[in-house]
Design a binder for this molecule. Structure first.
Ligand code: CP3
Length: 350
């Protein structure tokens, strides 16, 4: 898929323009997990919504929490409020979110269980996400972009196999070594359904898509190529087969030295980088080819003060000469003071 075949006109959305190849003097800015528990207005909606999935699947409420950080901070992009685990849910797996414990799924940890996996998601279950996107699209200022997303198959599979979050993703890594065919069936199912899910989000009004591979960094290079890069490449190819100009951001967290290969193989328009990335390496090997998004340490955003100013200046000095979308290197933490987000924005925008 050739990305350089035409230069799109300016879209009036700085975020979209960076993804289309046009560096902005002031980098567009948003934050991963920008709708969430650090905001009192989120906690209030969340407390009255029932469970976390009820919040995700009630279009008016999902739209409302998506818009909260835009109203408060005027970010350049909104990200639809949902979760990467809505795909296993639509595949008919049981998915629950326990307060203070994170997600709980029925483990899919042996080949016999994998044989029961439905090949096709019930997209009717995801219709509320599409409806929330349409509501947000109508409410957003034309200069603010709307981001749709999914989890990368590898990261979603780590939760499906283990049934919960794990520190080292050992259950999924073990299954990939012991039962590669059964594991490949999980991955293939996620690839195919993620393509249709992302296309549905584009049709509902998303300007760009992000593929979250939070646990990419635990894999040895050959496994990374097989379970992270190749499935992501297939998703990008499948989406672009029907939406040739789809703008896609990859986030293979912790990929480090494997990032240039990821960019080359997958065809993403941008990569989100975490705070451990080495700046000169990223400039020369990654930002020379695609836009870069990142990479403030969420812990320095909790810290605030001079440390925060210095860290923001460093991200700008490292990457703002090229195509940059200012962001955190991972999601904002619930204990982050709102004043520090305001301080960060002021520093970025000048
Ligand atoms: O960025 C945004 O504002 C959009 C919303 C969003 C959520 N999850 C909402 C959420 C996005 C983009 C995600 C992605 C997601 N979900 C990832 C990949 C990105 C990342 O942060 O690594 C992963 C691994 C998940 C799975 C997941 N969802 C976990 C492990 C947890 C529990 C941990 C936690 O933070 O509580 C969730 C729950 C979740 N997803 C919350 C939010 C706001 C917190 C739940 C609550 O409000 O009670």
């Amino acid at each position: 898929m050739s990305q350089g075949s035409f230069v799109p006109p300016s879209s009036a959305k700085p975020f979209v323009d960076v993804l289309s190849g046009q560096r902005q003097t002031v980098p567009p800015v948003w934050m991963m997990r920008q709708a969430g528990r650090y905001l009192p207005e989120y906690r209030e909606v969340r407390a009255n919504a029932g469970g976390f999935l009820d919040l995700c699947f009630t279009p008016e409420l999902a739209a409302e929490v998506t818009l909260q950080p835009i109203r408060r901070f005027g970010f350049d992009a909104a990200i639809i409020f949902s979760d990467i685990l809505v795909i296993p849910y639509a595949l008919g797996r049981s998915v629950r979110f326990e307060v203070g414990e994170g997600p709980r799924l029925e483990p899919l940890d042996d080949p016999d269980k994998v044989r029961t996996l439905s090949p096709r998601a019930d997209f009717g279950k995801l219709e509320p996400v599409f409806e929330a996107l349409r509501i947000v699209r109508r409410a957003l200022d034309p200069k603010t972009a709307l981001i749709g997303f999914c989890g990368a198959p590898w990261t979603v599979a780590t939760y499906m196999v283990a049934g919960h979050g794990t520190p080292d993703q050992a259950p999924a890594r073990m299954m990939a070594y012991r039962h590669p065919e059964a594991f490949a069936k999980i991955i293939d199912t996620l690839v195919e359904n993620s393509i249709d899910y992302l296309l549905g989000q584009l049709a509902a009004g998303a300007d760009a898509l992000q593929i979250f591979d939070t646990w990419a960094g635990v894999l040895p290079p050959a496994e990374f190529a097989r379970w992270s890069v190749e499935p992501t490449r297939r998703i990008v190819e499948g989406v672009r087969a029907k939406a040739p100009n789809a703008r896609i951001i990859g986030f293979p967290r912790g990929a480090g030295a494997l990032l240039p290969g990821y960019v080359e193989a997958t065809g993403v328009n941008a990569v989100s980088i975490d705070w451990t990335a080495e700046p000169a390496f990223i400039r020369e090997r990654v930002q020379s080819r695609v836009a870069v998004q990142g990479n403030l340490d969420p812990l320095v955003l909790i810290t605030g003060g001079d440390a925060l100013n210095r860290a923001v200046d460093e991200v700008l000095a490292n990457f703002a000469m090229g195509r940059l979308i200012f962001n955190l290197g991972h999601g904002i933490q619930p204990e982050t003071p709102i004043a520090h987000v305001e301080q960060m924005l002021k520093r970025v925008r000048g």
